[in-house]
Design a protein around this ligand. Structure first.
Ligand SMILES: Cc1cc2nc3c(=O)[nH]c(=O)nc-3n(C[C@H](O)[C@H](O)[C@H](O)COP(=O)(O)OP(=O)(O)OC[C@H]3O[C@@H](n4cnc5c(N)ncnc54)[C@H](O)[C@@H]3O)c2cc1C
Length: 425
């Protein structure tokens, strides 16, 4: 019989859950990760998504020991180009945001989800990670008690933890067990996702064509390859996803207007209906919500997983502080600090992405005018553009230790406690 009592149990082995487990390990907790091995989101086949991860997220991956494994599969994003392809009467000018403008080499990197999960799993298996990985078909039940939560797997095994990190996606059973209500909404849009090769170099530039049904975005991958997120009305997205490779290739070339030359191989496609979700609280009743268990955001502006990774880093700070002070890592004050720490970042990103998306799909002239003027302002007013670039990458203000260079040492120095203290093991 293996170990069954832990400081923290993380439920869900997507990128947010894995990063949370590793981060909590760095914060001095001993961690159970209960997850089905590499299970992709329901109904989409293998996860062919990539995520554009900004500088703080890359620092986190370095601090967790995962970056060296994922870097060879990833490409830097040194600039973002926005092209108004709405066909509106008042067409906004083309804008190029360059990382060099804010003194950076790159905004971040485009990272394939599959490679990211593999790299994080390898880091969890490395000696000294403090993470015990428990393969399971799923956690079937989470029972909250006064001192600890009890998790029961579908195989009938039980585990106890002071804190449960619910990283079990948008239909989170951890969230339900904690009784945390959500607000959900839908958009009449879906994203078609694919990776493709092309004849002309992308020069490490991501390009967003703003179109009436939503953005059409290419993001660099290593060498002459890019990933595509093509947002359309659901019927059109369905049609595109079902095209044969030749017809899909042609459709991409047409939309790109020659930008990347002729399109070569197109890989598998997946479709994601656009929706949103936000939890009323990110922590309550011994459960902290991370990643899509706490917030779902449309794939516009590359915010979703960046938020999830900031959840992981913030929770690590909160738990490390609780352990160092001899407080309960799953207690109300730890969870209130975590929830409050995540509120404004999540709320502001959801609002910004929502406004941007609705301004594109609105048929109203005044809204097109406002969006056009906004783009002109961003193009012509340097300080405004630099502010928008910095805010787009991560919120201003103090950052959790694991988002900073050398964060693993920082969190250990600031918060490490004697190994035996507060461990439920
Ligand atoms: C088209 C598209 C493009 C995107 N592009 C970007 C981008 O450029 N940048 C960015 O930052 N974000 C992006 N995102 C968002 C990003 O993909 C998500 O935020 C991220 O994948 C969510 O990770 P997660 O770990 O929270 O959830 P998931 O990946 O859904 O993981 C949840 C895990 O929990 C497991 N699970 C569920 N129930 C249980 C249970 N009962 N017991 C145990 N395990 C369970 C599941 O098997 C799953 O592995 C994009 C999203 C889409 C759809």
């Amino acid at each position: 019989m293996g170990k069954t009592r832990f400081t923290v149990a993380v439920v869900g082995g997507g990128p947010a859950g894995l990063a949370t487990a590793l981060g909590l390990g760095k914060a001095g907790a001993d961690v159970l990760l209960a997850a089905p091995p590499h299970r992709p989101p329901a109904g989409n086949g293998p996860d062919i998504r990539t995520a554009a991860l900004f500088a703080g997220s890359i620092e986190l991956l370095k601090n967790l020991g995962a970056w060296d494994l994922v870097a060879p599969h990833s490409a830097p994003i040194r600039a973002i180009r926005i092209i108004d392809d709405t066909g509106a009467l008042l067409r906004a000018p083309e804008v190029l945001f360059s990382a060099a403008e804010v003194g950076r080499d790159a905004f971040g990197w485009n990272v394939p989800n599959g490679a990211l999960v593999s790299a994080l799993l390898a880091a969890a298996a490395a000696p000294g990670s403090q993470v015990t990985v428990q393969d399971t078909a799923g956690i079937a039940e989470v029972a909250i008690g006064p001192e600890a939560a009890t998790l029961t797997s579908r195989e009938g095994a039980t585990f106890e933890a002071r804190l449960v990190a619910g990283a079990d996606g948008r239909n989170s059973i951890c969230r339900r067990a904690a009784g945390i209500p959500t607000r959900t909404w839908r958009y009449a849009q879906a994203a078609v996702v694919a990776m493709f090769s092309h004849a002309r170099p992308h020069h490490d530039v991501s390009t967003e064509f703003h179109r009436p049904a939503g953005p059409f975005t290419t993001v660099p991958l290593p060498s002459l390859r890019s990933s595509l997120v093509w947002v359309e009305q659901p019927d059109e997205a369905q049609r595109l996803a079902a095209l044969d490779d030749t017809a899909f290739r042609r459709a991409i070339e047409e939309r790109l207007q020659g930008l990347l030359g002729s399109v070569g191989e197109v890989g598998a496609r997946a479709m994601f209906p656009l929706s949103g979700l936000t939890a009323d609280a990110f922590g309550r009743n011994r459960v902290a919500l991370v990643g899509e268990a706490g917030h779902v955001i449309p794939p516009i502006g590359a915010q979703g997983l960046n938020l999830g990774l900031r959840d992981a880093a913030t929770l690590a700070d909160c738990v490390a502080a609780a352990l160092a002070d001899g407080r309960d890592p799953g207690g109300a004050d730890t969870l209130e600090a975590y929830s409050a720490g995540r509120r404004s970042d999540v709320t502001s990103r959801i609002a910004t992405v929502d406004v941007l998306n609705r301004s594109l799909i609105s048929g109203l002239l005044p809204i097109h005018l406002a969006r056009g003027l906004g783009v002109v302002a961003l193009k012509t007013i340097g300080p405004l553009r630099r502010f928008a670039i910095r805010e787009g990458m991560q919120p201003s203000g103090a950052l959790p230790a694991l988002l900073l260079p050398d964060g693993a040492r920082l969190i250990a120095e600031r918060f490490r406690h004697p190994a035996s203290r507060d461990s439920a093991a």
